[in-house]
Design a binder for this molecule. Structure first.
Ligand code: CAA
Length: 407
């Protein structure tokens, strides 16, 4: 039986910290949100105030009294502090969401380790650093893990629960139970770069920026292509802006430093200097194509004759990467799919989508691109995919792919 978490201290009141504190308060927890000064805390309180009204409106509709009670109850459970050490005195769980700097996080956790009760679970919401490296600063590695939320926290349903080898079963279960009490769908993940979602998301958004860099398509068309072609709620360029270009850059720079030979993790000059230059196409051709597309009832996007055009260029490497995650045992197929559905708002997860697209089709695309673009790691065929196709598992259409289908 895992111990129930009632008192939660959230360190950091930025976009993620404020979101985590808000949802914890909304779901009945006693919360202390901490930041270094009053100004930061006040800004977060304002953001929470706005967001909680949107949540209440959605939850209660015309029931004004219900909404008012929900808002005032949540706010009454949410305290603030500028003293992290004092704020962990009665915490069952501490969630850290401060700046992505390993030394700063280690220093903070080392101090909190001395001040928090022995039963307190420590968790980091880091999106780019190793949980093991952060936990090293404490004497409670069995009560340490990763709790990785998604922006906007009040809306995105996913919580990645990251275990390090030392995380006890009881701690893991407490973190999962707490995630469920927060109304989130939890997926289990090993302590690997990017966990599930970012490992798939960041190379995808970076490749979208590279499409821009190469002048293959415009930002608007890349976004439209992925929204209408793949059913994503946001295109990769607007999502990069939404996540924060600094965050993407920080993650990719860190991975590039650790894995300099991995093509997918190469930094993009455009991230440093976001100047978009789209090559001119003749106005006449554009007008003809636009008219035809509109007549067909479609939204038209323009792109150069490059591998996979827009949607497949971004999509296929993403699907292949998700199969590699499965191959490496980073997470189960169910959790990879849940991670992308609930963390990114996708209609289907990448593994079920691979089955839907057809595993034989993916093999064909990968083999053709490997031939045309030798040495490009992200196009390489994962052996697990090849094996499935060799065994006659083509996905949905053959009744079995990574999953089994009854009809
Ligand atoms: N607080 C509370 N509610 C919010 C909100 C917020 N901050 N933002 C949006 N909402 C609610 C709105 O109230 C609205 O509710 P209704 O359906 O009742 O109207 C609903 O969410 C939809 O909002 P909007 O109508 O304003 O806009 P939208 O339909 O375009 O949805 C979105 C906005 C939910 C952000 C959607 O575009 C989406 O799902 N985008 C993908 C976001 C994503 O992929 N996030 C993960 C990023 S990766 C990450 O965070 C990890 C990392 O480490 C980098």
């Amino acid at each position: 039986m895992s111990a129930a978490i009632k008192n939660v201290t959230v360190i950091g009141s930025g976009l993620m910290g404020a979101g985590i504190a808000q949802v914890a308060a909304q779901t009945g927890h006693i919360v202390t949100m901490v930041d270094i000064d009053e100004m930061a805390v006040n800004k977060a309180e304002k953001r929470i105030g706005d967001s909680i009204k949107r949540v209440a409106k959605k939850k209660f509709g015309d029931d004004g009294d219900g909404a008012a009670e929900f808002i005032s109850g949540s706010i009454s459970r949410l305290g603030t502090s500028t003293d992290a050490v004092a704020a962990v005195g009665s915490a069952d769980l501490v969630v850290e969401a401060i700046v992505e700097n390993l030394n700063v996080k280690k220093k903070l956790f080392a101090e909190l380790d001395k001040a928090a009760p022995s039963h307190t679970i420590f968790a980091s919401n880091t999106s780019s650093l190793s949980i093991t490296a952060i936990a090293d600063a404490t004497t409670r590695k069995d009560r340490f893990g990763g709790l990785h939320f998604f922006n906007p926290v009040p809306v995105m349903k996913l919580l990645e629960v990251v275990r390090i080898p030392e995380t006890s079963q009881e701690t893991y279960e407490s973190m999962c139970d707490w995630g469920k009490a927060m109304g989130k769908v939890t997926v289990e993940c090993k302590d690997t770069p990017g966990f599930i979602v970012n490992r798939l998301l960041i190379p995808y958004t970076l490749e979208a920026i590279r499409l821009l860099e190469r002048g293959d398509a415009s930002a608007r068309d890349i976004d439209t292509a992925m929204k209408l072609g793949a059913g994503y709620p946001m295109g990769p360029i607007e999502l990069s802006d939404y996540v924060g270009l600094d965050t993407s850059k920080f993650i990719i720079d860190g991975w590039h430093k650790s894995f300099p030979d991995v093509e997918l993790f190469k930094p993009s000059p455009m991230l440093e200097k976001l100047v978009v230059k789209i090559a001119e196409t003749t106005e006449e051709t554009l007008a003809t194509m636009n008219d035809w597309g509109k007549a067909m009832g479609k939204k038209v996007v323009l792109c150069k004759d490059s591998p996979g055009f827009i949607t497949n260029r971004l999509f296929v490497p993403y699907l292949l990467s998700s199969i590699r995650l499965l191959e490496r045992g980073i997470a189960t197929k169910e959790d990879i799919d849940k991670a992308c559905k609930y963390g990114l708002g996708h209609v289907m997860g990448p593994i079920e989508l691979s089955d839907f697209v057809g595993l034989d089709t993916l093999v064909n695309v990968s083999e053709a691109w490997m031939k045309d673009y030798p040495g490009v790691q992200e196009f390489e065929l994962p052996p697990l995919l090849k094996k499935a196709v060799d065994e006659g598992k083509f996905g949905r259409k053959s009744g079995e792919g990574f999953y089994k289908y009854s009809e």
